[in-house]
Ligand binder design. Structure first.
Ligand SMILES: [Zn+2]
Length: 297
């Protein structure tokens, strides 16, 4: 059976007004294949990047500004991975991981801690329309990336949150990923100074318990729409509202023409120093795992 196209590469916004909860659900298919196929990473690295891209979709779809950008960065010193970067802008996703292949080969089933060592998770929300830029940085802690994200949201944003992430490569060689993010916003609005946050509010316990029952199979089932998934979890609530969907796709903003125009303003001698032996300047894009030749003269 061919899955309904709307069940893949999409994020859905949800609110549960009586519980003061908001949520996002996301599912990725072809977009994950496109990002991962550019890199040719080992399976363990593909796995963590796939989960990170699902998380990036969930957080990115919280942005109200259509030109807003969300960047997720995990950075470490002594881990197998020293840098993982994913970002989201207008439904476009991209990501890359810098890692040590020799050390990865020695680790059989690497834990989050062995992958990242003592690392940090930084998340930046950039909303040019309202000139809002916010970055939080917390230690990368937990058994999984979902747990690390939950502790980020609790520590940095002071918002009780539950995050579920799942991703796997099917027997057909295609990736499927899915996730849920629910948050408790008893004051309704974001952006005001929060004097006190109750992490144990009964409304929130209820939402977190229900969201926590989602299985990895449900999160990544291409035949189960996100609407049906949310309905399955919260059908006993008096009111559950959906806020519409955002289509997700792989996209990079590297622009050889722009780079060429910047480099063209450099003096000729400096350009000559940047060029290789063949006289061509090469500019790398880590997200695309490729370099662009820039010719002059
Ligand atoms: Zn690129």
């Amino acid at each position: 059976m061919t899955p309904d196209i709307k069940t893949l590469d999409v994020a859905l916004g949800v609110t549960i007004p009586t519980r003061h909860a908001r949520g996002r659900a996301a599912r990725l298919g072809p977009a994950l294949d496109t990002v991962l196929s550019a890199h040719n990473y080992p399976p363990q690295i593909e796995q963590i990047l796939a989960e990170a891209l699902v998380l990036t979709s969930l957080l990115g779809s919280l942005l109200k500004d259509p030109n807003g950008q969300l960047t997720l960065q995990a950075q470490t010193k002594e881990g197998i991975i020293d840098l993982m970067v994913c970002d989201y802008k207008g439904g476009e996703l991209r990501g890359y991981v810098r890692h040590d292949p020799a050390r990865l080969a020695d680790a059989r089933t690497p834990s989050l801690e062995s992958l990242f060592g003592h690392g940090y998770l930084a998340i930046t929300f950039d909303q040019p329309a309202t000139d809002e830029r916010y970055q939080g940085i917390v230690p990368l802690e937990g058994e999984s990336l979902a747990e690390a994200a939950q502790s980020y949201l609790a520590q940095s944003e002071q918002i009780p949150s539950i995050v579920r992430l799942a991703a796997h490569k099917g027997d057909d060689g295609h990736w499927l990923g899915g996730g849920l993010l629910f948050q408790h916003l008893p004051e309704g609005e974001l952006g005001r100074e929060r004097l006190h946050t109750r992490m144990d509010h009964p409304d929130w316990d209820h939402v977190a318990a229900l969201a926590g029952t989602t299985s990895e199979a449900e999160l990544t089932d291409p035949l189960l729409s996100l609407e049906d998934l949310v309905w399955r979890l919260f059908h006993e609530e008096p009111e559950v509202r959906t806020l519409g969907t955002v289509p997700l796709t792989r996209g990079c903003r590297c622009d050889p023409d722009y780079v060429r125009s910047v480099i063209s303003r450099f003096p000729e001698e400096e350009r000559a120093e940047m060029a290789g032996e063949d006289g061509v300047i090469r500019v790398n894009c880590e997200f695309c795992s490729t370099s662009f030749p820039i010719h002059f003269g």
